[in-house]
Each structure stands twice: as C-alpha cells, then as structure tokens.
Design a protein around this ligand. Sequence first.
Ligand code: AMP
Length: 454
Amino acid sequence: MSFSTFGLCPQILEAIAEQGYKSPTPIQAKAIPAAIQGKDVMAAAQTGTGKTAGFVLPILNKLARGEGAQANHIRALILAPTRELAAQVADSVETYGKYLPLRSTVVYGGVKINPQMMKLRKGVDVLVATPGRLLDLYQQNAVRFNQLEILVLDEADRMLDLGFITDIKKVLALLPRHRQSLMFSATFSDDIRKLAKGLVQDPIEISVNPQNTTATTVKQWICPVDKKQKPALLIELIRQNKWERLLVFTKTKKGANQLTKYLANDGLKAAAIHGDKSQAVRTKTLEDFKKGSIKILVATDVAARGLDIDQLPQVVNFDLPIVAEDYVHRIGRTGRAGLKGQAVSLVSADEFKQLTDIERLIKQLLTRKLMDGFEPDHNVPESKLDLRPRKPKKPKKPKNLNKPKTGQQTGARSGGKFSSKSGGQKPGGRNKTRATNSTAGGKSGHKKKRPTRP
Ligand code: AMP
C-alpha cells in the first residue's frame, strides 16, 4: 500500500516522500481513510506506531481546502498531555505541512504566555496545546473556537492519568458541537470510554496493538542487582555493550540528577530531563541528545513521555516504574516503526512487586541475566506468571467516629483512638503517584487541581 491511495493532496505526498516513508504503518492505513471520510475515530495505538502522522495527515488534508483561520481563531485543535509531546506533534505538523499555506503553532505552560498570545492573534489553522495553557489563553480571549472543524485528543489515557479530566471537560464544553473528533490512546480503559462518550460520535474504532503489549521488535531482559550497585552496573553495561546512545529512566528527579552526576564523573556525556528543568533547558537537552553531543539522556517518566527520538536502540530502566503501564510506555521509546531495540531493567530485591506487576501486564516473564561481579546479595525471587484476574480490593468500612462505644467488638473496630488515627485513606495510591508526575503546567483558577511537575 502507498500513501497515494488515500487521496492526500500532492503537497502532503511530497512532504511524506521527503521523510522517506515508503508505506503507511498499520495505524495510518486504518486511521487516515476513516478520518478523510470525515468520520470520528477512536484509535488504540502506542507511541512508535506512527500514530502522529495518522491524525496530522488527514487534518492537513482537510484544512488545505476551505477558508483560512480568522484573527484569534483556530481550525484544528490537537490536545496533548505534556509539553514535550505537544512540541513534537507541532514539529510533525510543520514537517508534513511544509508545502501547504497553513499556519500552525504550539502552546503549553511553563513558559511566557505573551508570545503565544501574539502568535494566535492572526489566527492559526492548527493549534497544538496542553489543556491548562489552552484554558488560560481562552480566559484571556486569545483563542476562539467558532471556526473549529476538527479536534484531536492525543494520548488520552495519559491525560486522565495526569488528572486533566476536568480541564478536558472544560475545553470540550467550549467547542462547537458540529466538528470531527479523533481520539488516540494507548489503552481503552472504562474511564477512556466514558470520556469518549462526550467527545466522539458514532466513531470508527481502530486498534493495531493488542493492549499493553510491548513492540515485538524490542528485546527485553532484566539484570538482578543490589540497589547500591546499580550505577556501577550501568556503567559496566554501557562499556561492555558499547552502547552509544541510550535513554535511562529513573523514578525520581533527584535520582535522575544523581545518576547524571555519577555518569559525568566517569567521563560519560549525560544530561537529565525532568520537570524541575526549565522548558528552555529541556528543549536544548533534547536537541543535544538528538544531535549526539549528549549520549545518555536520564529522564523521569512524564518528561520522557512521547519523546520521538529517531532510531533509539537502547532503553535502560534504572528503576522500575511504580505503575506497570509506564513500563510499556518506556519501552515504546525503542523499536519504533519496526526498528530493532533493546530494553534492559536493573531490578533490585525491593522492586520485586513492580516486576511481577509488569510481567503480569505484558503477559510474559522477562529473561534474567546476572552480570559477573554484580550478583545481588539481596536475591530477587523467581517470578511466576499469574494471569488470573485480580479481585478488586474491598472498600474499607466507613468508620463512624461519633457513634458511642457499645460493647467490646464495636469499640475495638471503629471507635477506638488507635483505629481513628490510622483510619484515614493514606496518600500514595496509584492515582496520587501518577498525578504528581504532570508536566503540562499553566497558571489559572484551575491551578489547584493541576498536579506538580515531575
Ligand atoms: P509516532 O508513533 O507518531 O510517535 O511515530 C514514531 C516514528 O515513526 C516517528 O519517528 C515517525 O517519523 C516514524 N514514522 C511515522 N510514519 C512512518 C512511516 N509510514 N514509515 C516510516 N516511519 C514512520
């Protein structure tokens, strides 16, 4: 199959040819014709499948015809969860639309709003935005939606994980009802389907990857090791395997900084990318990594989310992610568009539960390799694949603290001093962990609900 079968305009075909794409990826083969027909689309696709072109190409094709955007108006809106992803999608819009007379721009939080307002003044055909900053711009009358023809929600699952549901609903309420909507998500959970109800109408559903599987082109293995030995082991692996370019994931910002320092002390060109770094620094670091002047990029999950780095052969999980789904996202950085990739996880005994959660999610046991000189004192137990559905946790019985103690049993269970002390829901559950990893910032009245950066 070739791109010319879709009926895309010649300017788009020329830009695609320049990228060297020979044929559409499976998601493109399904999403592009559906979107060109004007249908709403719900597509399950991870990063690395070519999904961005899957929605950008039909958008450009649609906008190539028709009136340009009026002052402060936009014709297509692409919502993305993080600044980095928004910037990358905007790059794709520029790349594929370079021979079309369309205006596009990207807006996200964490940088000055005024230059973004200026860019919107003349009107833009394609706006890529993170939800918070978009709402800020709307409140300042910098953007209007009356001319909007098409909406894309990219990485919808991540949007929900990051706690953007309220912002998304606010945005949806502002958009014209008569529009085309495309929704892309790595997985279709019940929450995503609920969100989809208010977003897409009679959609065509597309799925190219079985849910939560990792790209088959990625070779995955783990290295059991004691926690303290991880930095030295990483250096040993880099040396032995002669890894030239790699992306390393750490759980925390602090961990990313410490590891970067350790690697640099050993003469390795490394830099960290996370939410405490200014946008300018993050952009520059990414550019340096793409150019090759930085060989090792140490990143937290959300900072790395959606990073499109061509031909990245190597991903290392220095720490395993707390949320198993993040493993799939991390691995998605490599083995893109059919390239061969390798993903190595350094696993210490305290990460056993995370390991089994991951293996359960991807429905396979990960191969183990012990490295000479790094055999752990604290053993990582052998895991067994348990694919039985998990029982949902029983909700805790509400404690009625006002109720007077009547009898031994009641007092011991609910009325006592000790039980009331420990009775509150502890923070740090799954949602909390993920919510603290947001990067798409912006200031406004809804700030309180917005999570902090990673
Ligand atoms: P995405 O999943 O949109 O992040 O895209 C992943 C990578 O695949 C990007 O580097 C794209 O440039 C590349 N890509 C997208 N479409 C194609 C295609 N049809 N053929 C080859 N590479 C592609």
